[in-house]
Write a protein that binds this ligand. Structure first.
Ligand code: PAF
Length: 280
């Protein structure tokens, strides 16, 4: 018998969580579904640390700046439930009108540089949509802990800032990137790749990993320029490569700092992929 409780509407979920709050911590894993082992690692971490774990599965139209991207985004709710297996979790899979009874609902915060660069620059409005939905989901679930993957490292920085600005009590827990055997970062979008494109996509981690071995002889700017040339010559349709400070996300030019990170966004077979790696 499945130990999963499913909710579509806000009030029954909140009534259930009101009871559960007396049992201890509520952990929350917000997702857009098409679950994979990366998501499951967040769920398992939440199960270790919390008494009740809520997973939301909602493809949030407000964070897509490209209608085709939204349309193509995989929706696999029954398979997602199956993947959660015998985990004792709460799944919240609302309709648009459950999340946004007011269609025009929007949360707009001034998040500064961290939301303007990289994803913010190439996907205008994306982080406004993320902040809007995560803020609304936090209001609905009212979690003690919320788990986010470092594959969306910039999103994680935005959520940290949002929590600070909104003075929320939730603890945001960053979780490491899970990779396939080939090195490809796990992502719901990987299921849109053909076999050949998936093989090609494994080059992302290979090139990033090779790059972090050479930082002693190069400035961040030189390394970024080299990487752009390498990705382009291997036929990647590159959107950006940036090497930044891990907290401010400001581009590094001449000097390395502790924890510097390399970020990439590119298209393979029309599928947009992002990845990042810490420079040791
Ligand atoms: O990372 C994601 O899947 C989404 O951006 C999130 C946090 C679930 C908000 O829709």
């Amino acid at each position: 018998m499945s130990l999963i409780r499913r909710f579509t509407h806000v009030s029954p979920l909140q009534e259930y969580l009101l009871e559960r709050r007396d049992e201890g911590l509520i952990g929350f894993v917000p997702t857009m579904g098409a679950l994979h082992d990366g998501h499951l690692s967040l769920v398992d971490r939440a199960l270790e640390e919390c008494d009740t774990v809520v997973i939301s599965i909602f493809v949030n139209p407000k964070q897509f700046n490209n209608a085709q991207d939204l349309e193509k985004y995989p929706r696999t709710i029954e398979k997602d439930i199956e993947l959660l297996g015998d985990r004792e979790v709460v799944v919240f899979h609302p309709e648009f009108s459950d999340v946004y009874p007011d269609k025009a609902y929007e949360v707009k915060l001034d998040l500064g540089n961290i939301a303007d660069v990289m994803e913010g620059k190439f996907r205008p409005g994306h982080f406004d949509g993320v902040v809007t939905v995560v803020s609304r989901l936090f209001d609905i679930v009212n979690p003690d802990m919320a788990y986010f993957g470092e594959k969306d490292y910039q999103q994680l920085a935005v959520i940290h800032r949002m929590v600070e600005v909104q003075e929320r009590l939730v603890e945001v827990v960053p979780c490491p990137i899970l990779r396939e055997e080939s090195g490809l970062a796990m992502s719901s979008r990987n299921m849109l790749l053909s076999y050949e494109d998936k093989t090609k996509a494994s080059g992302i981690y290979r090139l990033l990993n090779e790059a972090i071995q050479r930082i002693d002889e190069r400035s961040p700017k030189l390394l970024a320029d080299e990487l752009r040339a390498e990705f382009t010559s291997e036929g990647f349709d590159l959107e950006y490569i940036d090497i930044t400070h891990p907290l401010t996300l400001e581009t590094l030019h001449n000097e390395w700092v502790d924890g510097a990170r390399i970020f990439i966004a590119c298209y393979i077979g029309g599928v947009r992929l992002i990845d990042n790696i810490a420079v040791k």
